[in-house]
Design a protein around this ligand. Structure first.
Ligand SMILES: [Zn+2]
Length: 285
């Protein structure tokens, strides 16, 4: 009788079939087997056998009879993760940027979605997070993509990691540092006493909305010396609208005075989001 063994990874549910580890689960493994071997039994019937907890069964097809069994193992990726394998380090810096948590989340999301790439270690420090990544090639494209989306400054370097005892060659690990600017999308920059709400960042390019005039303005790059101050979005707050016509006035939550907002907009809301700068309030639309 022919024998077929399908290995299942006990950690990530991948299955090993015809010499390759494939993403999926036991159901997917059965589907693959079904398409390949065209057994005389139906696929739902096979599912039923698995559901009953049977980890091996006999199949009939044109080629004859063969027995299928499942066994559990660690797949290549999971066993390398376990051994701490990595080719490069992605260092993400500057927790001051209000989009830092979003960047960390995006980094993890992208690596998880990438087949065959994994993170073997994550180290968090006061200044940021280090991701130890299994593919240096992927690290390069990942950092480029994230820089495009979050901006900041990118630096490549390589560090001597160890010496290969067999070849006596030095082994290097690539390190990519992505340091975000102090400001992020949704924050306000004070440039020459005007308030610019950041609407998007693409690499170095910063798109803004000047709050007082409502005009859009794109900057090719904004360096530290180009702005006076940042008002992070976490400091915006809601205020109660007092009048909307002929002018928009709101109740200041600290002084309880009714004051006119600097940028007049049409609104039907009963409370609106504002930012305060030098005692004046600006609506964040
Ligand atoms: Zn696995």
């Amino acid at each position: 009788m022919n024998k077929k063994n399908i290995k299942l990874c006990r950690k990530c549910t991948s299955y090993f079939y015809n010499n390759v580890w494939r993403k999926g689960d036991i159901k997917k493994a059965l589907q693959t087997l079904f398409l390949d071997e065209k057994p005389k039994e139906s696929l739902p019937n096979l599912y039923k056998q698995i559901k009953l907890g049977q980890m091996s069964f006999i199949l009939n097809n044109d080629k004859g009879q063969f027995s299928v069994s499942f066994s559990e193992k660690l797949c290549d990726t999971c066993s390398r993760t376990k051994s701490g394998y990595f080719e490069g380090i992605f260092q993400v810096r500057n927790k001051k940027n209000s989009n830092f948590p979003a960047l960390i989340e995006k980094t993890q999301e992208k690596i998880l979605a990438r087949k065959g790439v994994f993170v073997s270690k994550i180290i968090e420090s006061k200044t940021g997070v280090d991701f130890y990544i299994s593919s240096n090639k992927y690290l390069i494209s990942l950092s480029k993509e994230l820089w495009k989306q979050f901006g900041g400054e990118i630096k490549h370097s390589k560090k001597l990691f160890s010496r290969d005892h067999m070849t006596n060659k030095e082994v290097y690990r690539g390190t990519i540092l992505l340091r975000l600017t102090d400001y992020g999308v949704g924050d306000i920059l004070i440039i020459k006493k005007s308030l610019y709400l950041i609407t998007s960042i693409q690499g170095d390019r910063v798109k803004t909305n000047e709050l007082k005039t409502g005009k859009h303005r794109a900057f090719p790059r904004i360096k530290k010396e180009d702005y006076e101050e940042i008002i992070p979005k976490s400091e915006f707050f809601r205020v109660v609208v007092v009048t909307t016509k002929p002018i928009l006035t709101v109740l200041h939550p600290k002084t309880y005075e009714t004051i006119r907002v600097e940028n007049q907009i049409d609104t039907k809301e009963q409370n609106i989001l504002v930012a305060e700068y030098k005692g004046k309030l600006y609506v964040i639309d």
